[in-house]
Write a protein that binds this ligand. Structure first.
Ligand code: SF4
Length: 231
């Protein structure tokens, strides 16, 4: 399966690493605030980028780029993700994987094979409000819980992150997330920015003052929690 989007140079995706970011089309969630509407809802119409083109680019940039970020959609749905990560790793790049955490089995496998160096996993909301936040009426959270537990115990670099909106996130939800991921290494509360590319418009960002209150609620559970996008 080919990737469908490519941001050739990014300085913000993976700490201080100079990164190239690949996007695959398709996702098993339907978060109404998702910025990749076309990739998620119409993967069959998404462009395809030949893998050979990406590999050529990477070969020419060994020693210049540090890392490849594999994003989506939901990249763990790619049938040949493992092979692609092997190709990337054979060139010596770090790999960051963005995931919604719905495939803990593959996550575990990729980490155990050292094909991934860092995982950024979304925590969409408290367990109570998870289903509505990913666009469903109900959702079995067991796989998400398994991914959270795995990452926290794995020793690999990881972060959890929540993009916050007035419609989904309140103090109670934030406290429940804190209790859930207590002791997490890194957690970011992210500013939502609406665009015309979201699945459903009409969501409201959390203002900075309120986001700072959320952070205070989180601190007893995740002392290292930070805001992102509010700078
Ligand atoms: S925000 Fe992420 S998990 Fe949600 S629909 Fe979009 S790509 Fe899928």
């Amino acid at each position: 399966m080919d990737f469908s989007g490519w941001e050739k140079l990014s300085l913000v995706d993976y700490d201080d690493n100079i990164t190239t970011t690949l996007f695959m089309a398709g996702c098993n969630f339907r978060c109404p605030f998702c910025h990749n509407r076309d990739l998620v809802l119409h993967p069959e119409h998404a462009p395809t980028i030949p893998w050979s083109e990406i590999m050529e680019y990477l070969k020419k940039r060994q020693g210049v780029l540090d890392a490849v970020c594999v994003s989506g959609g939901e990249p763990t749905l790619m049938p040949d993700l493992e092979e692609k990560l092997r190709d990337i790793k054979s060139l010596g790049f770090l790999v960051k994987l963005d995931s919604n955490g719905s495939n803990p089995l593959l996550l575990r496998k990729l980490v155990s094979m050292s094909l991934v160096d860092y995982v950024a996993m979304d925590i969409k909301n408290s367990k109570k409000r998870y289903a509505e936040t990913i666009g469903f009426k109900t959702y079995d959270l067991s796989k998400i819980e398994e991914s959270v537990k795995f990452l926290m115990e794995s020793g690999i670099g990881y972060e959890f992150r929540t993009t916050m909106m007035e419609e989904f996130h309140d103090e109670e939800a934030i406290k429940e997330i804190g209790e859930w991921i207590a002791g997490a290494k890194r957690y970011f509360l992210q500013l939502y920015i609406e665009s015309e590319h979201v699945i459903q418009t009409g969501h409201t960002p959390i203002p900075k003052e309120k986001a700072e209150r959320f952070l205070e609620i989180l601190k007893p559970y995740v002392p290292n929690a930070k805001l992102r996008g509010y700078e």
